[in-house]
Design a protein around this ligand. Structure first.
Ligand SMILES: Nc1nc2c(c(=O)[nH]1)N[C@H]1C(S)=C(S)[C@@H](COP(=O)(O)OP(=O)(O)OC[C@H]3O[C@@H](n4cnc5c(N)ncnc54)[C@H](O)[C@@H]3O)O[C@H]1N2
Ligand code: MOO
Ligand SMILES: [Mg+2]
Length: 419
């Protein structure tokens, strides 16, 4: 008699997994190696940015009050007492009707409160001295980049758990982080199981297929921020699989397998969990694809039994493994981002289980339109390449029509969702 499994709702399955998500660890890396990593602490401004008033233009720093009354037929003349470039500081304070020629980024000299762009001033020599004149008045503060206008000391800038993008890298450099505290990448092990699997470099032979899941999941793991340790392929042999899994568990934070979780004669994962004494969190979910996804916990480590069917395996990673990875990367939003979109094509086939349809979402004329990207069966591999979203169709007795509003979970977004 074949084992009967009781499906649980998707949300319940995710919640059960997340109870064992654990906490992240941190490590320090040089700034130049921090791109794409996740911040292990909040980033605050520890000084004003810019740290001093500075010129946004190449021009002349003046005291605005001196320019009062300047007009087209009433030029006001200033003596240019020195020239400074960015990085230099004026040697002397500026007095009445004096100016400092200065370049973009240079600190505003003491006494000055406005900058005249080079194009608005006329510069000339007289009796061995340099002068410039202007034909319009300036107000205090004209053309000044003020200290702290970009960020004030103490201001929160970036949250712990944020992925370090080029902009965050600029901030880290601004505040002197030669070394950055980042989340340690969770180490996830992976076995592909199945006697039918050929390695990628092997020619096809009757009855066999190439192992595509391992490469797909490795990419998914890297994309989500984890480190993947690939332990290779295992033939459907219980003892070999059991020992390989048992040994691998000591080397990783969590372990994934693909294949062998259903009810077939050579689906050994359920027996492996039993022999390990692992606590099986569920072995059937009311979803398609991926209904047979099984997750177990052993000594605090999660074992993800992802389905062998490529689409089911893919969805299993995104729904169950990714949020655990993101939690360990300190993300307050570990789940895929959710949006509503308009269904761009009929989807007539009803299903009793929640369906995660590999789809493509696009903004067309200001509206989000979502369409399935290919055949919607769990053994399909080709549709995955074009998918940038999972359309979530609730289970029930009816299909869905073009124009319906549907829930969509984004695959390529980096921000995530808190639920
Ligand atoms: N009697 C039943 N049969 C099946 C059920 C069921 O409930 N009762 N569930 C079906 C569903 S749903 C799925 S999904 C699959 C799950 O199968 P397994 O997770 O046990 O995976 P395998 O049997 O090992 O393989 C399934 C399929 O995927 C191919 N595969 C496996 N590994 C890879 C890989 N690394 N790369 C590419 N393709 C892979 C494998 O050759 C099989 O075709 O079970 C249904 N059956
Ligand atoms: O676990 Mo299966 O993927 O539902 O088709
Ligand atoms: Mg099977």
């Amino acid at each position: 008699m074949v084992e009967r499994r009781t499906p649980i709702p998707v949300a319940e399955a995710i919640a059960r997994v997340m109870r064992y998500a654990g906490v992240g660890e941190e490590e320090t890396v040089p700034l130049r190696q921090s791109y794409g990593r996740y911040l292990a602490e909040d980033l605050r401004a520890d000084h004003d940015v810019p740290p001093f008033d500075r010129s946004p233009y190449d021009g002349f720093a003046i005291r605005a009050a001196d320019s009062e009354g300047a007009g087209l037929d009433r030029p006001v003349e200033f003596e240019v007492i020195e020239t400074i470039g960015a990085g230099q500081v004026a040697k002397q304070p500026v007095g009445p009707f004096q100016a400092v020629r200065l370049m973009t980024g240079a600190q505003i000299p003491q006494g000055c409160d406005a900058v005249v762009m080079l194009e608005l001033a006329k510069q000339y020599e007289r009796d061995g001295k340099t002068y410039m004149s202007i034909k319009r008045p300036f107000r205090p503060g004209d053309n000044i980049s003020f200290q702290g206008e970009d960020a004030k000391k103490g201001q929160p800038l970036v949250e712990k758990g944020t992925r370090i993008n080029p902009g965050v890298a600029a901030l880290l450099a601004t505040f002197g982080y030669a070394e950055v505290k980042v989340a340690k990448k969770p180490r996830i092990g992976l076995f592909a199981t199945g006697s039918e699997l050929l390695d990628v470099s092997e020619p096809l032979v009757p009855g066999k297929i190439r192992n595509s899941n391992a490469y797909m999941i490795e990419a998914q793991a890297l994309k989500s921020g984890a480190e993947l340790i690939y332990f290779g392929q295992l033939a459907d042999d219980f003892d070999a699989c059991f020992h390989a899994v048992r040994e691998a568990l000591d080397q990783v934070d969590m372990l994934m397998t693909t294949g062998g979780v259903s009810v077939g004669d050579y689906d050994y994962l359920p027996a492996i969990y039993e022999r390990l004494g692992a606590n099986v969190l569920f072995n059937k979910i009311a979803m398609r694809p991926g209904s047979v996804t099984t997750v177990a916990e052993w000594n605090g480590k999660l074992l993800f039994g992802l389905s062998g069917n490529p689409s089911a395996c893919y969805v299993g990673y995104e729904l169950f493994v990714r949020p655990v990875v993101r939690t360990r990367l300190f993300s307050p939003k570990p789940y895929l981002k959710k949006v509503k979109a308009t269904l761009g094509a009929d989807f007539p086939k009803p299903n009793p289980f929640t369906r995660f349809v590999r789809s493509r979402i696009e903004a067309i004329d200001g509206r989000l339109i979502v369409k399935p990207v290919g055949m919607d069966k769990s053994n399909i591999v080709t549709s995955l390449a074009a998918a940038n979203a999972l359309m979530v169709l609730p289970g029930g007795t009816r299909g869905f029509a073009k124009g319906d509003e549907v829930d969509v979970w984004l695959l390529d977004d980096d921000e995530g969702s808190s639920e």
